[in-house]
Design a protein around this ligand. Structure first.
Ligand code: NOJ
Length: 515
């Protein structure tokens, strides 16, 4: 939300919309907001190139605006999480400007500098996610520096204890201000092979990193990331959080075919599950299949211990929007699933109204991920209620039909579905804390599970196909929420229910009702 008409969303705009999020008339009902980076930055990578970790980019407001936002959010019971970008800074960060200035600058080792090979080429074969080599030669000293992302994002050297201390200070700065936690960016690159060995070449990559270049996928990234010190370094960060009450860090880490799911995720959960958890992105690229989603969730729920918080997430600013990837009906079914699974669900802004990718003409393009980053569609006015000025990125032409104002008045809207599910989620502990169990294996096209908590039971059944599907619930019950909200399906006394295409239901068990 843009409060000052410059076409860019800002913190005062968020303050204006806090009522939408929670506590206002007809609000969505969320408990926490995660902000993508709003720090001073040349904005080469949408703010993921930070030039000052402890301030606000003037386009977005000031520290005073942020303090006000935090206070007002907290007054409404909304927690505030920030994006913490530990792997790299902007090449305009004062640390890097010093670091590159000479080989004996005290900040030289804040980043990774290496000499060229004798033939003048890069120190090893590591590649940048965004294409090309992960090394850039700097003429000042003639050495190369490492950058896993754009060359304007030099990697910090986490093996340097001073860097780790500086980055812990950044956490303390925001935690002292009252921030509730962080989403930690690209953490797997914090630890690399100290010998800088070449990554092996591969024929067919099994990894699925978001937005990686085709060239990047020709190497097995064995030495350039996920090295031995990763979890110890992350534990240093969670130890900082531990000194404060009730804070959290959520690690960004995508599925990696080089490690088993268990190795990868249990590694993150071993850090300190009381204050941290990894995102579960396994569903982001999955074909829409009951069997695949059911297996994915069962695997996770089966391997997690009761103190592990699952963070299922199916959409974000790096991936095509859910309603575009899967379709609108499928997106509603997925919402019902996400908001009835245990743990801490994270929803990307706009997905709650079924926003779709917006095609951006070549001449307006700023980033390959523009289509999923377009302004929030608040209403059907020309600026979609987002701005009175010229929006920084083109607004979707669905904004006249898919917008908040309209959907707040429609009982069958995306918004109404999210709102209802979020209300149940906050009213009934079972939806956040229940024990997950599958049932109904007889129909492979339906994902079906029960949640049990104390002596309450609920059932969820989701039809993943475009045809009607029948399923028998363990007991009969009452539909609490349905993706087809106008007419709920009947449940027979013996628990039989006929689901329409892509229909999902949340059912309260008659024998073990919610209290
Ligand atoms: C992951 C972020 O989500 C993405 O947007 C960014 O480009 C990279 N990390 C680099 O910070």
């Amino acid at each position: 939300m843009d409060s000052n008409g410059d076409g860019v969303g800002d913190l005062r705009g968020v303050i204006q919309k806090l009522d939408y999020l929670k506590g206002g008339r007809n609000s969505l009902g969320v408990d926490a907001i995660w902000f993508s980076p709003f720090y001073p930055s040349p904005l080469v990578d949408f703010g993921y190139d930070i030039s000052d970790y402890c301030d606000i980019h003037p386009d977005f407001g000031s520290l005073d605006d942020f303090r006000e936002l935090l206070e007002k959010a907290h007054a409404k019971g909304i927690k505030v999480l920030l994006d913490y970008v530990p792997n790299h800074t902007s090449d305009q960060h004062p640390w890097f400007l010093e670091s590159k200035s000479s080989k004996d600058n005290p900040k030289r080792d804040y980043y990774t500098w290496r000499q060229a090979k004798p033939d003048g080429s890069a120190p090893n074969n590591w590649l940048s996610i965004f294409g090309g080599e992960a090394w850039e030669k700097d003429e000042t000293t003639g050495e190369y520096y490492l950058h896993t992302f754009y060359k304007e994002q030099p990697d910090l050297n986490w093996d340097n204890p001073n860097v780790r201390e500086e980055m812990k200070q950044v956490l303390r700065f925001w935690l002292d201000m009252g921030v509730d936690g962080f989403r930690a960016d690209a953490v797997r690159w914090l630890s690399k092979d100290p010998h800088f060995r070449d990554d092996p070449k591969i024929e067919h990559s099994k990894s699925h990193d978001a937005n990686t270049s085709a060239e990047f996928d020709t190497l097995l990234h064995k030495y350039s990331r996920f090295w031995d010190n990763l979890f110890p370094y992350l534990r240093e960060l969670t130890d900082v959080l531990k000194k404060y009450d009730d804070r959290i860090m959520i690690f960004e880490d995508y599925p990696d075919g080089n490690f088993s799911t268990r190795e990868q995720y249990m590694g993150f959960y071993s850090i300190d599950p009381e204050v941290s958890a990894p995102f579960i992105f396994e569903g982001i690229w999955k074909p829409f299949s009951a069997d695949l989603f059911s297996r994915m969730v069962s695997d996770f729920q089966g391997m997690m211990t009761p103190d592990n918080i699952p963070v299922y997430c199916f959409g974000n600013h790096d991936n095509s929007r859910i309603a575009t990837r899967l379709g609108a009906e499928q997106a509603r079914a997925l919402a019902l699933m996400q908001l009835t699974l245990p743990g801490l669900p994270v929803v990307y802004y706009g997905d709650e109204i079924g926003m779709t990718d917006v095609p951006i003409p070549e001449q307006e393009r700023m980033d390959m991920r523009d289509p999923e980053r377009t302004p929030m569609q608040w209403d059907d006015t020309p600026g979609a209620g987002f701005t009175n000025g010229h929006p920084w990125l083109r607004i979707g032409d669905t904004s006249d039909s898919r917008n908040v104002a309209k959907q707040q008045n429609e009982p069958d809207s995306f918004f109404a579905l999210y709102q209802r599910l979020l209300r149940f989620r906050s009213e009934f502990d079972i939806l956040r804390l229940g024990k997950y169990e599958t049932f109904g294996d007889e129909n492979p096209d339906v994902m079906s599970y029960a949640l049990r908590h104390n002596d309450e039971h609920v059932y969820v059944a989701i039809n993943f196909t475009d045809t009607n599907q029948r399923i028998i619930l363990p007991h009969s019950g009452r539909v609490l929420c349905c993706t087809h909200p106008i007419d709920y399906p009947d449940i027979s006394p013996d628990g039989e229910i006929l689901l329409r295409p892509y229909e999902g239901v949340l059912v309260e068990c008659a024998e073990h009702p919610l209290k």
